[in-house]
Design a protein around this ligand. Structure first.
Ligand code: 8X3
Length: 253
């Protein structure tokens, strides 16, 4: 790497908030390590952003503990100093009452949203501790702050992200590492398509009749957070579209 700019490691970089954050960071000269399962999408993004910044891609599934540690270990020297970790990868699977939920959906959400976030953090935080600097942003959700009908397990995983965000800050602040969370409400991404297993009309309906947030709105906030002076730590932000008062109160036209 030729420049001395910061390097950010972004999980779930192939779409939505992760992709928008990658693009904004690239425009601002932040070097990127982009992670996701879809190698072809990562390659397209790498090609698109390479004229703006240095981009390295890592294709792995954060559910796979071994793959996470191997991927981080495999980073070339120029990309091995990570300044910013964006724990963005996360999904919802299904929207069912607890008595009807699919246990495979529960496993997937717990494995990705909680265990995957922990594996990535464990792979990277020790390096930050060693150099006594770093910034970890955990992407939570309004579901980290409230529980809503039929979203029990998703909400539980995001409450866990909220708890881990606090725990990481408690444990890492003495090493000079900043930790904070950004909690988005309704953002129009692939989120609902994944939740409803490809049922596009059900997914589209979630964002109809009001102006949802865009991934770029959240990327802006993340960029603001990571560009504060080193002595400023923004610990917790909740961002919703103006039409949304709470997880369950939404005014549609
Ligand atoms: C995404 C927001 O309201 O679908 O985390 O849970 S919501």
């Amino acid at each position: 790497m030729k420049n001395k700019n910061k390097t950010a490691f972004i999980t779930g970089a192939t779409s939505g908030i992760g992709e928008a954050t990658a693009k904004l960071f690239a425009s601002n000269g932040i070097n990127l390590i982009l992670c996701g399962r879809r190698k072809e999408k990562l390659e397209v993004l790498q090609k698109e952003l390479s004229d703006k910044t240095e981009v390295y891609i890592l294709s792995f599934d954060i559910k796979n503990k071994k793959a996470v540690f191997e991927a981080v270990e495999s980073l070339p020297k120029e990309f091995s100093e990570i300044d910013i970790l964006i724990n963005n990868a996360g999904n919802a699977h299904g929207l069912e009452p607890i008595n009807e939920g699919d246990t495979d959906d529960w496993d997937a959400m717990i494995d990705i949203n909680v265990k995957g976030l922990l594996y990535v953090s464990k792979a990277i935080a020790p390096k930050m501790v060693e150099k006594k600097s770093g910034h970890i942003i955990n992407i939570g959700s309004t579901a980290a702050k409230e529980v809503y009908p039929n979203g029990g397990v998703y909400c539980a995983t995001k409450h866990a992200v909220d708890a881990l965000n606090q725990a990481m800050r408690i444990d890492l602040h003495k090493h000079g590492i900043r930790v904070g969370a950004v909690h988005p409400g309704l953002v129009e991404t692939e989120f609902s398509k994944v939740r409803f297993k490809g049922d596009e009309s059900r997914a589209d309906n979630v964002y109809k009749g009001f102006d949802p947030l865009t991934p770029e709105d959240i990327a802006d906030v993340v960029h603001f957070v990571v560009t504060r002076p080193y002595y400023v730590n923004i610990t917790d932000l909740v961002i919703v579209p103006n039409a949304q008062a709470t997880a369950t109160i939404l005014t549609k036209e």
